[in-house]
Design a protein around this ligand. Sequence first.
Ligand SMILES: C[S@@+](CC[C@H](N)C(=O)[O-])C[C@H]1O[C@@H](n2cnc3c(N)ncnc32)[C@H](O)[C@@H]1O
Length: 225
Amino acid sequence: MKDNTSSYNSSIYDANITNVLPYYSEFHGQVIDVAKMIILESKEKVKWLDTGCGTGTLALRALSEISDIEFTLCDPSEGMLEIAKEKLSGKDIRFNTVASDALSYTNEFDIVTAIQSHHYYDIESRNIAVKKCYEALKEDGIFMTFENIMMSSEESEAIALKRWGQFLLDHGWTPEGVKAHQARRGTEMFPITIEQHLEILKNAGFKSVNILWVSYMQAGFWAIK
Ligand SMILES: C[S@@+](CC[C@H](N)C(=O)[O-])C[C@H]1O[C@@H](n2cnc3c(N)ncnc32)[C@H](O)[C@@H]1O
């Protein structure tokens, strides 16, 4: 039995995630790049909430590149948070065992991030989770999210899945493993199209909604409150 909703138990997540998600490190790099633009302008420590933080890799990297951040890390999985606490020990960070749809922060953060952590939701709960991220931000705060995406037709979806399947095979997966893993789409995780992502962000109330980055299976978005 896994201790979180990702493909791996928390203890082996870090060692394996780059064999599942093409461009995984790029997601964090893009987010940190945008964050730097905000942090450079800020006279005070920037308050950053990472929801679905997993093992804390994004926070660790951000803190290695920029010092003036006050992090709050949330995740519903105790197992993931335990690893995050170990990796970030000695740093002044708030941890909270909570899912995005149950966040209860209001007007508190300059930055909120949710990286590959909302695709387990159905549409209704996704809307609630993104709205909670919106509410957690201060006015003019920035929300950044990376998510799995669904292609716009069955034909293009099949090609994208084949391409991702080849990536998995190249990273040590068996053909049976690839099949079982891809069968999670629509059963354990629910990718949506880029248009649906943009719609959810607009529905949450963000005044500016933008695409940050796109690949054949994931996309990043940034939005201003
Ligand atoms: C694929 S991992 C991504 C972790 C991390 N953001 C990263 O970049 O490595 C997905 C994470 O989402 C968390 N998660 C699952 N359901 C969630 C929810 N409803 N709200 C927030 N996080 C959730 C899982 O516990 C897991 O840590």
